[in-house]
Design a protein around this ligand. Structure first.
Ligand SMILES: Cc1ncc(COP(=O)(O)O)c(C=O)c1O
Length: 420
């Protein structure tokens, strides 16, 4: 089974106790406006299990000290917890070494780091950076900034009306001047799963490095850096059941070692004089200043939480919810699905004739149903799909068919309220 396949053949949803999983997430038992919370915005940020909340509060209650600095026991324990989280994240991503895991503020910062530290020194006027039409603004704007600084150009691989990447066209855009391919593993607005291994093989055949934006895949798929063969992989803790403010950049050691520091300050140096400074080894070279220690420890707890689950059963459960949602939504009069690729995960966008997505989301909110409405930080993709905005329901390991039923009931109310 390819590492990116969300639908394992022997589906075992019966073994997956979603109600037990839901009990791990205290927020899900909340009521909103007297109604049970129906949280269908996990692609924006996921909810947090008690284990993550406890890890963060335990650190502040009993373990708080700065890392990498103290020689006293509390600081040594904080350092061990922080570095232990790095090892667990490396194992979770199947990265060859924990030295290749840099903690950042999130996917956005990880991509900016690669743009400025890896790519900028390598770009000459007329060089090209290859993206796709389905990228999040975080995987467009950092490249625009570095292109403006160097005279490089963006090239964009097309997608079909279903939201499927045209891999042949992407291959044809790889050329002598291509310096990097940067691509989402899973589209946050369409849910499309891109064939990362194929794309990496195509790019590497021409010696071109690949960055994978894994913001939407890390929570759903068993990410496998070794199988992907990518050079960089970026993801965000808050989308994978961990705290906000923390992200990960995996980078191949050989490349990280060549890259200059991204920010200067404490903790990233080997020595400092007024004349000259030298840099710490990777990954510290890229972690200037006091990091979000509690956040990283919380991410470690999130990774432990995910790893303790049967990921195949989770994937089968999520695939079942997505199929159910797509089927039920398509039956609602006036609804058109946006994003109908063959291989998808956990996101269903839609538009409804006569109702703006913001109106839909506002009316659903009165029923305690949380969905996202807007361009989802993918304005070029919205233009490609011919819509200014969509409504988007997104799912996670705690989503249920009852959540989908509440969404459908809410849409019936939207139709009544708006006289459709
Ligand atoms: C595909 C994708 N890339 C990048 C990002 C940016 O992530 P963050 O805001 O956590 O840095 C997101 C967030 O929605 C995303 O969905």
């Amino acid at each position: 089974m390819p590492a990116t396949d969300l639908r394992p053949a022997p589906a075992t949803p019966a073994l997956y106790d979603v109600e037990a999983v839901r009990r791990d997430f205290p927020i899900l038992s909340q009521r909103i406006a007297g109604k049970p919370l129906v949280y269908l915005d996990s692609a924006a940020t996921s909810q947090k299990p008690q284990a993550v909340i406890d890890a963060v509060s335990r650190f502040y209650a009993a373990g708080n000290a700065n890392v990498h600095r103290g020689v006293y026991r509390l600081s040594e324990a904080a350092t061990a917890a922080y570095e232990g989280a790095r090892s667990r994240v490396a194992a979770f991503l199947n990265a060859p070494s924990a030295r290749e895991v840099v903690f950042t503020r999130g996917t956005t910062e990880s991509i900016n780091l690669v743009a400025q530290s890896f790519l900028r020194p390598r770009l000459r006027p007329g060089d090209e950076i290859l993206l796709t039409e389905m990228e999040h603004h975080s995987n467009i704007v950092p490249w625009q900034l570095v292109a403006a600084q160097t005279g490089a150009l963006l090239r964009v691989a097309p997608i079909s009306d279903d939201g499927e990447l045209d891999v042949g066209a992407l291959g044809a855009l790889l050329g002598e001047r291509t310096r990097l391919v940067s691509i989402a593993h899973i589209s946050n607005a369409l849910g499309t799963i891109n064939p990362i291994e194929r794309i990496t093989a195509l790019a590497h055949a021409r010696g071109i490095p690949v960055l994978v934006d894994g913001a939407q895949s890390a929570p759903h798929l068993a990410a496998d850096i070794r199988a992907f063969g990518c050079d960089f992989f970026a993801c965000s803790s808050h989308k994978m059941f961990g705290p906000t403010g923390v992200g990960v950049l995996y980078g191949r050691a050989e490349l990280l070692e060549q890259m200059p520091p991204w920010q200067g300050g404490g903790d990233m140096i080997a020595s400092v004089t007024f004349e000259q400074s030298t840099w710490a080894a990777i990954p510290s070279k890229f972690e200037a200043g006091t990091p979000d220690i509690a956040g990283v420890i919380g991410l470690g707890a999130a990774v432990d939480y995910l790893s303790a689950l049967d990921r195949g059963a989770v994937a089968a459960h999520e695939a079942g919810i997505l199929d159910y949602a797509a089927t039920r939504l398509a039956e609602v009069p006036g609804v058109r699905l946006i994003g109908t690729a063959a291989r998808k995960a956990s996101v269903q966008s839609f538009v409804m004739q006569g109702a703006h997505p913001h109106d839909i989301a506002t009316i659903l909110d009165a029923d305690g149903v949380c969905i996202r409405a807007g361009h989802h930080c993918t304005q070029p993709l919205m233009a490609r799909m011919g819509v200014p905005a969509t409504a988007r329901a997104s799912f996670a390991l705690y989503s249920t068919t009852a959540d989908v039923d509440a969404l459908i009931a809410g849409l019936d109310r939207v139709r009544r309220v708006m006289g459709l």
